[in-house]
Design a protein around this ligand. Structure first.
Ligand code: GUN
Length: 295
């Protein structure tokens, strides 16, 4: 039996796109064209797809985007030089350096060099620190901010709720924890950040009102790890080989959706859940950056 418990990330991201478009229009009315620059180093196939999608959505929102593609052999110094130029360019309001970067380049050094005021990824230590402190004047990383919007717009109660975040990465797990533990509206949760060394991870999950899976392990969350009525958010995008698929692989999330959907209170489909929200939040951050830089 079909259960009507899906969190429709496509529909919610469309609402956010509409709000962003209105703000872009308001900026254009006062002569400001929001500008976003993507920097891609090397030919990582997933990064090409992601940046391509971000370009397309930017154009739809009326944001002018440019992509700088650098060779795999680019040195850290060359990349730093480009970032300094973009930091100084008043037509560029947002800068996104797509991760992963080739081995010899330090992501930490690069993310720390993007001007905090143009850091629409929310990866600069100043923005990370503000997020931790509950200072809302910084930029929040797009994927956890998107998950937060999904919870808010689906009216999922976080205050007093037990949340389990699976995965301690800097892009999703850690900032997700920081967002939901704040003493503020739509937060106030008790958050457990579980990872590969956590003991009894299934027990943690069974005690959770909300599970946010971002560990990058295909179909990690199984039916017996989920309590009846829990909210399940699947951030995972994993390639698994499948000789019957046209490309020889298919994409699966971190959650065994088919088995868990009947048991869940609310659940994100994958694709069509968290994915579209990441780009929606990136464009929202870009418009915010343009507003702040020109007010
Ligand atoms: N690679 C995977 N996710 C992201 C993201 O949110 N931002 C950037 N810059 N790179 C990524």
């Amino acid at each position: 039996m079909e259960k009507a418990n899906l969190i429709d990330g496509r529909a919610i991201s469309q609402q956010i796109h509409s709000e962003t478009k209105e703000r872009v229009e308001a900026l254009k009315q006062r002569g400001v064209q929001p500008g976003l620059v993507f920097v891609r180093v090397g030919e990582d196939p997933a990064s090409k797809v992601y940046v391509g999608m971000k370009e397309k959505r930017s154009a739809e929102a009326g944001i002018h985007s440019t992509t700088k593609v650098l060779a795999e052999t680019t040195t850290q110094e060359e990349l730093l030089k480009l970032i300094h130029e973009l930091n100084a360019n008043p037509d560029v309001h947002g800068i996104l350096v797509q991760a992963p970067l080739p081995g010899p380049i330090s992501e930490q050094v690069i993310f720390s060099t993007v001007s905090p005021s143009k850091d629409v990824d929310g990866f600069h230590p100043e923005n990370v620190g503000k997020l931790m402190l509950g200072d809302t004047t910084g930029f929040r990383p797009c994927t956890p901010a998107g998950v937060h919007e999904l919870l808010i717009r689906s009216k999922v109660k976080t205050s007093g709720s037990q949340v389990v975040v699976l995965g301690r990465g800097n892009i999703v797990g850690k900032p997700m924890t920081a967002i939901l533990c704040q003493k503020s509206d739509h937060a106030n949760a008790t958050v457990s950040l579980c990872h590969s060394r956590t003991k009894n991870i299934a027990e943690h999950c069974r005690a959770a009102d909300i599970i946010i899976a971002a560990m990058g392990v295909p179909l990690f969350v199984k039916e017996d790890m989920v309590s009846e009525g829990a909210t399940i958010i699947d951030v995972g995008v994993n390639r698994i080989s499948d000789e019957n698929a046209p490309k020889g692989y298919r994409l699966v999330g971190d959650v065994d959706f088919e088995k868990i959907q009947p048991k869940a209170g609310l659940i994100t489909p994958n694709p069509g859940g968290v994915g579209p929200m990441t780009i929606a939040m990136l464009l929202q951050n870009t418009v915010l950056a343009a507003e702040k830089q020109t007010s």
